[in-house]
Design a protein around this ligand. Structure first.
Ligand SMILES: Cc1cc2nc3c(=O)[nH]c(=O)nc-3n(C[C@H](O)[C@H](O)[C@H](O)COP(=O)(O)OP(=O)(O)OC[C@H]3O[C@@H](n4cnc5c(N)ncnc54)[C@H](O)[C@@H]3O)c2cc1C
Length: 463
């Protein structure tokens, strides 16, 4: 087997892995990054580039109540400093802007950010091996000592003082997605890079890593169903962010969730994943079509962009004709019409409170022609459950760590959080941060990547 050696081996050259590499190199460690893909940047390169999180921790806790509060707080506390850190390393950032009513962030251009981080890694003497994927973590008496990776020529053994897992989650692994998220894994779209297949999760749990709750949660946006065709760099263009303003019906013609729940379309998308065929139909009227969605894009503009990709869309002058048109997609028209009428009469009357599923925001009727319906499928960008870490991004050992389920009452002397020596995680491989809501994927990867790099370097110095 070919052999390599470094103080720190990092799996993944996406947002978290590249930030970890720069931080570790600047702290004096030697670094070898392995990247499964043919390019750097992972999902970061496909992203909108807004590096944002919540402004106010109380609001964060309200909107994302199930996450690890201590890790979430680190992201909020360290974001401004991390923006400056990026800028000082040659990443172009726009001035700070508000994000919706609850967040703040700075916009980067991913096509500039990824190469700039790679350049910085090279300047500091770091190496990146492309098309080389982590398969197995090596350990001796429980201490991680390196990894085995594979490239097209076979296995490479990399001996390392510390290993950082930054492979971007397990959304690309159909078996893990079926097991934890939805039986419709064969239908949902992978709205992410194609390489994040849970290799860090699998290799770390294989040697005893602890796992967070909420393995069934993920962040993403729904995308137009086939026959629509688009490539990874068109995800942003065809995303229908106005979903929380629409009425969503499943293929049985029924509403199935409060479309407006959460801070964006992500809660609706999560619910679509478990509906028949991971599919839903977004229905808007002329008023909603002319209303700006979360990023200021009119719903009708998003619909036209989807139409250009071949999305299944119908328009009709009455709700009855629209419902009849849904028959072509296998939806029973009478049930769909009843669902729309029930929704309309509830949001226009005092019976609103009795609507099931409820509608907490955007309680607008679908009543002004023309009416538009589009078939959507759930899209998964990154998984929210994953490896359990401490605040230094050290991966915890399940056998020496107490349960992370809510404890009614605990004796402090019984609690234990024990790290696995030399093993760190960052970005979407860390579970429990954006659980049940979304606090910003790039900010999380930036902050946790930097911490993992610094911690791993200080560990390497101690050895
Ligand atoms: C369309 C889109 C728009 C987005 N817009 C935003 C936005 O505006 N703001 C925001 O905050 N977030 C956004 N995101 C989310 C953001 O991109 C991710 O949260 C972020 O990139 C996560 O960083 P990461 O390092 O964990 O994963 P990634 O950036 O995906 O990097 C993971 C890397 O690991 C590699 N890898 C996988 N398996 C292995 C293996 N076995 N061995 C070695 N390497 C491996 C992958 O190839 C990849 O390069 C968006 C995502 C998408 C897809």
């Amino acid at each position: 087997m070919r052999q390599e050696e470094a103080d720190i081996c990092i799996a993944g050259a996406g947002m978290a892995g590249l930030c970890a590499a720069v931080a570790a190199l600047e702290a004096g460690a030697t670094v070898l990054v392995i990247e499964k893909g043919s390019r750097s940047g992972g999902s970061m390169w496909l992203s909108h580039g807004l590096i944002w999180t919540f402004t106010d921790k109380a609001q964060l806790r309200h909107e994302v109540p199930d996450g690890n509060a201590a890790l979430q707080d680190i992201v909020v506390d360290r974001l401004t400093g991390s923006h400056d850190w990026l800028q000082k390393r040659g990443i172009d950032l726009e001035p700070e802007m508000e994000f919706q009513s609850f967040g703040r962030g700075r916009m980067a251009n991913p096509a500039q950010m990824a190469p700039a981080l790679v350049k910085r890694v090279a300047e500091l003497g770091g190496r990146i091996l492309f098309q080389t994927g982590l398969q197995t973590l090596l350990s001796t008496n429980g201490d991680v000592t390196g990894i085995v990776a594979f490239d097209e020529h076979g296995a490479v053994e990399i001996t390392a003082g510390s290993v950082i897992l930054a492979t971007g989650g397990f959304q690309g692994n159909a078996e893990l997605v079926s097991r934890h998220i939805t039986p419709h894994a064969d239908r949902i779209y992978l709205r992410a890079n194609p390489w994040s297949t849970g290799d860090a999760f699998l290799s770390a749990t294989e040697i005893g890593a602890a796992v967070t709750p909420h393995m069934d949660k993920f962040y993403g946006h729904a995308l137009p169903a086939p026959p629509a065709r688009f490539n990874q760099f068109e995800f942003l263009n065809v995303t229908q962010r106005y979903g929380p303003m629409a009425v969503a019906l499943n293929l049985n013609g029924k509403r199935f969730v409060d479309e407006s729940a959460g801070t964006g379309e992500e809660a609706l998308n999560l619910a679509i994943a478990t509906q028949p065929q991971a599919t839903a139909i977004y229905i808007v009227d002329a008023t909603i079509a002319n209303t700006p969605g979360p990023l200021g894009i009119l719903a009708k503009v998003a619909i036209e962009r989807a139409r250009d990709s071949g999305a299944p869309i119908i328009e009709a002058p009455t709700l009855a004709l629209l419902a009849e048109g849904l028959r072509a997609w296998g939806v029973p028209p009478d049930v769909a019409l009843h669902s729309l009428q029930e929704y309309n009469s509830a949001v226009q009357s005092d019976a609103f409170g009795g609507l099931l599923p409820p509608r907490s925001k955007n309680a607008w009727p679908i009543k002004i022609a023309p009416f538009t319906a589009m078939v959507m499928r759930a899209g998964i960008t990154f998984t929210c459950g994953g490896l359990q870490t401490d605040l230094d991004m050290r991966v915890l050992r399940r056998a020496a760590t107490t349960s992370n389920l809510s404890l009614v009452r605990a004796d402090m002397s019984e609690l234990r959080l024990t790290a696995m020596p030399n093993l760190y995680a960052a970005g979407c491989d860390v579970g429990g941060i954006s659980t049940g809501g979304y606090i910003g994927g790039l900010a999380t990867a930036l902050v946790t990547g930097r911490i993992a790099g610094e911690s791993a370097a200080s560990n390497a110095r101690r050895r």
